[in-house]
Design a protein around this ligand. Structure first.
Ligand SMILES: Nc1ncnc2c1ncn2[C@@H]1O[C@H](COP(=O)(O)OP(=O)(O)OP(=O)(O)O)[C@@H](O)[C@H]1O
Ligand SMILES: [Mg+2]
Length: 165
């Protein structure tokens, strides 16, 4: 049973492609001002999920790992940007303040790898996704929506993937 309660949705992926496909579904819902926080160890599949998210959102640019540049941005035909931040190299939440999330969020959604490191500077309303490796090609993902907008998105996603039940 993939449902724990309204505020948690667990998804099991059996391949990188399946993780990307989940991302594509989810990316279709994202709009300017949305924050998605990804949590999980090295190789958990965060960047792989972002590849799908960007595709589903409509990015024209390919996703690359932003570990060394902290932030990547991908354009869409309508001029919006998807921001992809990797907080791995940030010492603490204060370091993140120079990134100016408010400016980013006025131009598009923001997806953050290692988001738990900078939680104090993130908005309360956020879609948290905790990813864990459970085998060579197996990953578990726990989606935890904070705020009514993400609760609604996760419910729609659940219905799309599994039908109403
Ligand atoms: N089901 C799966 N979902 C996602 N990735 C998978 C899966 N199975 C295997 N993989 C592999 O695991 C690796 C995940 O790498 P990825 O760069 O997405 O991780 P990451 O969480 O972003 O790591 P980092 O913290 O280094 O940025 C890739 O090599 C991918 O092919
Ligand atoms: Mg990564």
């Amino acid at each position: 049973m993939p449902i724990l309660d309204d505020r948690h949705f667990e998804f099991f992926s059996h391949s990188p492609d399946q993780t990307r496909r989940l991302g594509i579904h989810l990316g279709g819902y994202l709009k300017s001002g949305d924050v998605v926080g990804l949590v999980g160890n090295l190789g958990a599949g965060k960047t792989t999920l972002v590849q799908g998210l960007a595709q589903g959102w409509g990015a024209l640019d390919p996703v690359s790992s932003p570990t060394y540049v902290i932030v990547n941005e991908y354009r869409r035909a309508d001029g919006q940007h998807l921001y992809h931040v990797d907080a791995y190299r940030l010492e603490n939440a204060f370091d993140a303040e120079i990134l100016d999330f408010d400016r980013m969020l006025s131009q598009g959604p923001l997806v953050i790898e290692w988001a738990e490191r900078i939680k104090p500077v993130l908005p309360e309303d956020c879609l948290w996704i905790r990813m864990e490796s459970t085998g060579m090609e197996h990953r578990s993902m726990m989606l935890n929506p904070e705020g009514s907008r993400f609760l609604n998105i996760v419910n729609q996603l659940r219905r799309k993937l599994y039908g109403a039940f």
